[in-house]
Write a protein that binds this ligand. Structure first.
Ligand code: NAD
Ligand code: UDP
Ligand code: UDP
Length: 319
């Protein structure tokens, strides 16, 4: 039995990952400070003797014995990572140092949830792993983008200097059930607004693009990456290469929910990237991986999930 630490395990992606690792027969230690994660997301796992949840902030050193680590701890939605930007940078940087120190001592293989945001507002399209990015180092998104970039630096220096076994994935916009309804990200915002018949808030002119990956596809990519031989360290793009404008996403959600909502235009937040599309050639070649779930097919269970929690009331999502 492999002992696996998942930091940020009570979050959206982390809770799905804990579930998958337990189903594969591993022992899982979930570490989370519950800043954006919820105990309700892992509540159903607590009776499993192979699962343990620990309240802990990754900016503080952690001494546990594990074989593998998935480092996901970090708020991912702009409204959350900008709420306390200093803490966001600390989470990425001090968190990476502690988790890498732990990996070094235990000789554990360690996965880092990096992000397409390391490319900033990219001037290349699609974005390949060799592109160095276009990031404003002092803007309101920098706490997230630069924090994650510095974490990548630390991962590659621990790899070169201390021979730590690393896997660095640059994850592109991912969505699915268990996103928080007030998470602030575009998929959850649009679906919740549509289901409530409220106006759909389109930022800017809606011509900016994103490429949306369904959470199950992402987990399959992460799993294959982690199982790949050690020389495959990444950085590796993991995402769905089908690019859509945010306006198209709004129209798709309105159509799929039969909503009466109208679109209202709001100012574009500063430094909002104009385009984002992964080149997944590396993941295809190295892992034989590519996403299998179309946006329409992934939105169906996601809409059903939000319908369920909205009808159950806010109590269902508290805690
Ligand atoms: P999320 O906000 O749902 O989950 C993040 C989790 O980390 C939460 O449970 C939160 O409480 C926890 N956390 C935050 N700060 C912490 C700290 N200091 N110590 C311990 N726990 C802490 O976000 P998510 O979408 O599940 O993202 C998970 C990871 O994947 C993040 O690192 C994020 O940057 C990365 N990522 C996500 C996406 C995406 O589209 N969802 C895209 C790129 C990268
Ligand atoms: N660390 C940790 N858990 C461990 C080992 C280390 O949290 O099991 C922390 C430790 O507190 C240190 C950081 O990881 O601050 C980096 O560890 P490293 O061994 O690289 O550095 P050093 O301890 O030599 O400063
Ligand atoms: N967005 C929007 N309306 C919303 C929330 C987001 O138009 O209610 C836009 C946002 O400006 C960005 C895109 O949707 O261009 C994706 O935003 P999100 O916060 O989900 O992710 P990120 O910008 O980090 O990719």
């Amino acid at each position: 039995m492999t002992r696996i630490l998942v930091t940020g395990g009570a979050g959206f992606i982390g809770s799905h990952l804990c579930e998958r690792l337990l189903a594969e027969g591993h022992e899982v230690l979930c570490v989370d400070n519950y800043f954006t994660g919820r105990r309700s997301s892992i509540h159903h796992l607590l009776d499993n003797p192979a699962f343990e949840a620990m309240r802990h902030d990754v900016t503080v050193p952690l001494y546990v014995e594990v074989d593998e680590i998935y480092n996901l701890a970090c708020p991912a939605s702009p409204i959350h990572y900008q709420f306390d930007p200093v803490q966001t940078t600390k989470t990425s940087v001090h968190g990476a140092i502690n988790i890498l120190g732990l990996a070094k001592r235990t000789r554990a293989k360690v996965f880092q949830a990096s992000t397409s945001e390391v490319y900033g507002d990219p001037v290349e399209r699609p974005q390949t792993e060799t592109y160095w990015g276009n990031v404003n180092p002092i803007g309101v998104r920098a706490c997230y983008d630069e924090g994650k970039r510095c974490a990548e630096t630390l991962f590659f220096d621990y790899f070169r200097q201390h021979k730590v076994r690393i896997k660095v994935a640059r994850i592109f916009n991912t969505y699915g059930p268990r996103m928080h309804p007030s998470d602030g990200r575009v998929v959850s915002n649009f679906i919740v607004q549509a289901l409530k018949g409220e106006p759909i808030t389109l930022f800017g002119d809606g011509r900016q693009t994103r490429s949306f990956c369904y959470v199950d596809d992402l987990l399959e990519g992460i799993s294959r990456f982690m199982a790949a031989p050690d020389p495959i360290t990444g950085p590796m793009n993991l995402g769905n290469p089908v690019e859509v404008t945010i306006r198209e996403l709004a129209e798709t959600v309105i159509a799929m929910t039969n909503a009466s909502s109208r679109i209202v235009f709001k100012p574009l937040p500063s430094d909002d990237p104009r385009q984002r599309q992964p080149d997944i050639g590396f993941a295809r070649d190295a892992l034989g991986w590519h996403p299998a779930v179309s946006l329409a097919d992934g939105l169906k269970p996601t809409i059903a999930y939000f319908e369920h929690i909205l009808s159950a009331g806010q109590a269902a999502v508290a805690g």
